[in-house]
Design a protein around this ligand. Structure first.
Ligand code: NAG
Ligand code: NAG
Ligand code: NAG
Ligand code: NAG
Ligand code: NAG
Length: 426
């Protein structure tokens, strides 16, 4: 536990060192967002007043019947802090974006923060869902794809003035979605085309605003989809992204299990001993991780080697069940006992008696010698059992290298059978 804490402290310190703070100023939640309690946000490090904070719901409603009670909260303030009641139920999530007068999102966006429960539920009325003044729509609906144009549209009669839209990446960049060539079509109302220059996989909230206020058009949470053509031509170093490092907002819970973002509020009173201990712990932890990784790699490499079979062309194949002694070629290369039928007897009846000899222990189709039973065309007749004379074919292979060339195969093959030495009188 202590090692883990040290590790995460190191990470925070390293990140703080490595990541230049992109925001012009910083802001923090003065306490964890809590159901029906005041949420206070304070500004530090400058910025140009007036400031504004936008709180948007994230994730699904905690009510199993699907009732959504969370309204987008938008507040303007000129001092360096603001406090307002958070009418969000416990176990729901929110994302907060703080801006100064220069630019939307200049203070950065928080990660998805978890609302902590409290005994006060007076601000929650779960009997009915809340609705925005108007609805922002997407075409294709509920879908954004990296570098692919989507249409953002609304119903002209519902809005006040010309709507504008925010794109908010939790724990990352926030921006005003550029609008151009607004037109009206019969099926997709009034709107414009936007090509999201946001990398696939990023979570993004789109928030609709009009002259009546920020967030009046509701918000939509989407995951940027993969471009099937792998088009990333719209992306460059300045494209909005989920900025690596500590998200804005300081320390606050991000899920029900009590995990939280790395707190910068506590770092001011961290003493040197804790920092050194943290660094040492972190380095040891990193080394241990690398070692574990190395051994896993080694193990899997070893397994691969063990699983590799040496290539042996003479190795018996799967169907070869006849055992063979060392020095003897595998079955496929062994000459078969060749059964010469008695020419005086009808061939068709040979199948009955000749087959068991050849097919009992090997597939006939693989035989290098002609299978008389399968080539016979005569009709089956009943007759005396054929008398078979067993003869062995021996292929002599001591005559030098065999002749190469496929055209030889066309010629009729001549098999020369040596005299049956067994017949020679002693
Ligand atoms: C909550 O904030 C409001 C101002 O937004 C203030 O009037 C009220 O007293 C605060 N409540 C508590 C409990 O701090
Ligand atoms: C709405 O957002 C814009 C852009 O950040 C900001 O200038 C304005 O003050 C906000 N309005 C309110 C009522 O917060
Ligand atoms: C939804 O469920 C909550 C409690 O889980 C309940 O208070 C509320 O009345 C329900 N809303 C509707 C519309 O049924
Ligand atoms: C409206 O604009 C979109 C792109 O912004 C375009 O594809 C469409 O053809 C336009 N429709 C009309 C009716 O002008
Ligand atoms: C990055 O792309 C945006 C458009 O997506 C463009 O406006 C900007 O100039 C580009 N920046 C660089 C450094 O290429």
């Amino acid at each position: 536990m202590a090692a883990l804490a040290a590790l995460s402290a190191t990470n925070v310190l390293l990140l703080l060192e490595l990541m230049p703070l992109t925001a012009a100023f910083s802001w923090t939640f003065q306490s964890a967002p809590t159901q029906c309690q005041n949420l206070s946000i304070s500004i530090s490090g400058g910025g140009t007043p007036p400031y504004s904070v936008l709180i948007i719901p994230s994730g699904s409603t905690p009510f199993t019947n699907g009732t959504e009670v969370r309204k987008i909260i938008s507040k303007q303030f000129s001092s360096d802090s603001v406090s307002f009641q958070l009418a969000y139920p416990a176990e729901s999530q929110l994302v907060a974006v703080v801006s100064d007068a220069t630019e939307f999102g200049s203070g950065g966006a928080s990660a998805e923060a978890e609302v902590v429960s409290s005994s006060d539920s007076s601000c929650i009325d779960a009997s009915k869902s809340v609705n925005p003044n108007w609805f922002l729509n997407l075409d294709p609906s509920n879908q954004l794809v990296q570098c692919t144009a989507s249409r953002i549209w609304w119903t002209e009669s519902d809005v006040s003035g010309t709507p504008f839209f925010f794109g908010i990446i939790p724990g990352g960049d926030s921006f005003v979605i550029p609008e151009s060539n607004i037109n009206t079509t019969s099926d997709t109302g009034t709107g414009f085309s936007w090509t999201p220059n946001v990398r696939e996989g990023a979570t993004i909230h789109i928030v609709g605003n009009d002259n009546n206020g920020n967030g009046t058009g509701g918000s939509s949470r989407l995951t940027v989809g993969q471009n099937l053509q792998n088009d990333n031509s719209c992306l460059n170093n300045t494209s909005p992204s989920s900025t690596a490092g500590t998200p804005a907002g300081g320390s606050y819970p991000t899920d029900t299990s009590g995990d939280s973002t790395g707190g910068s509020s506590s770092s001011s009173n961290t003493n040197v001993g804790a920092i050194v201990g943290g660094v040492v712990g972190g380095v040891i932890g990193l080394l241990a991780l690398l070692l574990v990784f190395y051994f896993i790699r080694r193990r899997s490499k070893q397994n691969r080697i063990n699983n590799e079979k040496p290539v042996d062309l003479l190795q018996a194949d799967e169907g070869d069940e006849r055992p063979h002694r060392p020095g003897e070629p595998p079955e496929y290369y062994r000459p078969d006992p060749f059964i010469v039928p008695d020419p005086t007897v009808d061939e068709s009846s040979a199948s009955a008696s000749a087959r068991p000899l050849s097919s009992s222990d090997r597939p006939t189709s693989r035989s290098g010698t002609p299978d008389l039973a399968s080539t016979s065309t005569g009709t089956r007749k009943t007759g005396a059992p054929r008398i078979l004379r067993p003869i062995n074919i021996i292929q002599h292979d001591d005559a030098g290298p065999s002749e190469a060339g496929g055209n030889k195969e066309e010629e009729a093959e001549t098999i020369e059978l040596p005299p049956a030495y067994t017949n020679i009188r002693k």
